[in-house]
Design a protein around this ligand. Structure first.
Ligand SMILES: O=C(O)CCC(=O)C(=O)O
Length: 275
């Protein structure tokens, strides 16, 4: 649970770093699991955003990924319903009911791990009441050199911003200079929770170690999606804490009957399903 001070931080800044959600041992075990999953699927596609090239100063960078990771390893399924984070997630969206939107594992390889340009997650999957957030678990920590997350404190209060679409939704550097974003370094087992309206980015991993993270995007099940973007993630609509008071009405935007949000095209490229 967030204490009153952490809750005040979240309300002011639109993000909160929670230290030690996982023990260092748990983080290390999940890190190993993550790299084992990536080795098994041997997916050579690279989800680096087209617009990341500019953020990387023109250099070619690399990113490894696995979406819907809980369909590859039960270690991730267990974490999905772990109350150490679901209670915090509920606090950030103002309800005890927490619903899965999607998950994604990212590894920024050593030396040239891809950055993420400045963006809000909102344009990828807009919702009516903005009761949508993400948690990123840092499985091997992230210093500035490793390409840690960077956020613009308080930016969520400005509401949805106009994004440039080319190379995946990102913000213009004139309107949102990247220097505005403050680095949030993490140790293994730490987690950052942030609103889908919080402007964020992350840098190139120039260190000699991989940066391994698992992101869970969650929402209030009673917050209707405004579009049918990004409705095909496996398990979308699963209740991670509490209940679905709508009787699965909004389990997936394209699925008004509340049937399982499955069977869509496999997603691979951040340009089509990022955020
Ligand atoms: O992993 C990161 O550094 C940022 C990820 C992110 O911003 C995203 O997936 O939208």
């Amino acid at each position: 649970m967030l204490n009153a001070e952490q809750m005040a931080d979240y309300e002011r800044d639109g993000f909160v770093l929670v230290k030690g959600v996982l023990t260092p041992e748990e983080a290390a075990a999940l890190r190993q699991e993550a790299h084992d999953v990536l080795a098994r699927i041997n997916d050579t596609s690279d989800p680096t955003w087209g617009s990341a090239r500019e953020a990387a100063g023109g250099r070619q960078t690399r990113l490894q990924h696995c979406h819907d990771t809980q369909f590859h390893s039960a270690a991730f399924s267990r974490l999905l319903v772990d109350r150490r984070w679901t209670e915090v997630a509920g606090q950030t969206i103002g309800t005890p009911n927490v619903q899965l939107h999607h998950t994604k594992l990212f590894v920024k390889p050593p030396e040239n791990g891809s950055p993420f340009p400045m963006h809000q997650d909102h344009p990828f999957f807009p919702h009516t009441h903005h009761r949508m957030g993400a948690v990123i678990f840092f499985l091997d920590g992230a210093s500035e050199e490793k390409g840690c997350l960077r956020v613009v404190p308080g930016s969520y209060k400005q509401g949805p911003q106009e994004h440039l679409e080319e190379g995946s939704y990102h913000l213009s550097a004139e309107t949102w200079p990247p220097e505005q974003a403050v680095p949030v370094p993490c140790e293994p087992g730490d987690a950052i929770f942030f609103s889908y309206l919080t402007v964020h980015s992350s840098g190139v991993n120039t260190s000699s170690e991989a940066r391994t993270t698992w992101l869970i995007q969650y929402r209030d099940p009673a917050d209707p999606p405004l579009t049918d973007q990004h409705t095909h993630s496996l398990g979308q609509g699963m209740i991670l804490a509490g209940i679905d008071p709508t009787g699965r009405k909004h389990a997936a935007a394209g699925d008004a009957t509340g049937g399982p949000a499955m069977g869509g095209p496999a997603m691979g490229v951040m340009g089509t399903m990022g955020g």
